[in-house]
Design a protein. Structure first.
Length: 68
């Protein structure tokens, strides 16, 4: 998954939950500009920031080995 795909998943989930970027920003204690940049695939968030956002959206990161 690349940053644009990650941003798209976050945006779609936020919209499904009827949250504005501002609402999500407040819930996560993350700047709204950061939320906006992540959703556009233009930011590379830290694991800490990403976990805050995903947790508030009911999502999680799962790490798996690539198939060769």
């Amino acid at each position: 998954m690349n940053l644009e795909q990650l941003g798209s998943v976050i945006r779609e989930r936020r919209n499904t939950l009827s949250l504005s970027q501002e609402n999500l920003s407040e819930k996560c204690d993350v700047a709204i500009k950061t939320i906006h940049s992540i959703e556009l695939g233009k930011a590379n968030p830290s694991i800490k920031t990403l976990n805050k956002i995903l947790d508030n959206l009911g999502l999680e990161v799962i790490v798996v080995s690539k198939k060769e």
